[in-house]
Design a protein around this ligand. Structure first.
Ligand code: TTP
Ligand code: MG
Length: 233
């Protein structure tokens, strides 16, 4: 594959759906460079825990937090890697279409804040190549991720309401499955992430070729309700 275009695979799915596990699994392959979990940066931005601020007082901090998400995602999209395949946890697109959208719809982000974040997003997606070649969607039910979030016990996430996870789930579904409302930057491969981790790892192995080879490169999906490519929904 050397000399040919590099491929970017973005792993999406609700909070706690298993994105980091998928990246950890694929980090063993020499043809893949995985990028560190972005949430670690959000928890320590020059010593400031922006994730904690955001959950403690979303009306005050969510705009700043989402601005930081957008910046770290832009960085991850554009950072060069040595291996032919770059695998990232999330993308600039889910920040905008799932999280910013949810905060605004719930009245936790004001209209001017939403407008400025959106203008940044529009500028970036028009002027910078942040287009993945494939999105792997770890599709989960809100009840399953709620239990995983409870078990992993990230301090900042101790009080996430079930309604928040359900709303995020619906926005992921709108974007990646129903393909309504938001633009899809590439093809989507859907995996059932309600399975336990051991079964999921078996699926990562059996579908390694689909997850990494990206038939999507040859037949990109350009926007909402585009034709369904093979091996993707
Ligand atoms: P995720 O990006 O979903 O990462 P995760 O590590 O929880 O997922 P997985 O278990 O599948 O590996 O969320 C990290 C935290 O950041 C979570 O509390 C939600 C929050 N977040 C936002 O508030 N806004 C955003 O735009 C993003 C991407 C995350
Ligand atoms: Mg993670």
């Amino acid at each position: 594959m050397s000399g040919s275009k590099k491929i970017t695979v973005c792993v999406e799915g609700n909070i706690g759906s298993g994105k980091t596990s998928l990246l950890d699994h694929f980090a063993q392959f020499p043809e893949v460079s995985t990028l560190a979990e972005p949430v670690d940066k959000w928890r320590n931005m020059n010593g400031n825990n922006l994730l904690d601020l955001m959950y403690s007082d979303p009306a005050r901090w969510s705009c700043l937090f989402q601005s930081c998400v957008q910046l770290t995602m832009l960085n991850n999209h554009t950072i060069p890697v040595k291996a032919p395949i770059k695998m990232m946890e999330r993308s600039i697109h889910s920040g905008r279409y799932c999280f910013v959208e949810n905060l605004y719809q719930n009245g936790l982000m004001s209209a001017p804040e939403y407008a400025v974040l959106d203008q940044w997003f529009q500028w970036i997606t028009t002027n910078v190549d942040v287009k993945p070649d494939l999105i792997v969607y770890l599709r989960s039910s809100p009840e399953v991720v709620a239990e995983r979030i409870r078990r992993r016990a990230r301090d900042e996430e101790r009080a996430i309401p079930d309604s928040y996870l359900r709303a995020l789930h619906e926005l992921h579904e709108d974007w990646l499955v129903r393909r309504c409302r938001f633009s899809l930057p590439c093809s989507v491969l859907v995996l059932d992430a309600d399975k336990d981790l051991q079964m999921l790892k078996e699926e990562f192995n059996s579908r390694k070729h689909e997850i990494l080879c990206c038939s999507a490169v040859k037949s990109p999906v350009k926007g909402p309700r585009s034709p369904t490519p093979a091996a993707a929904i």
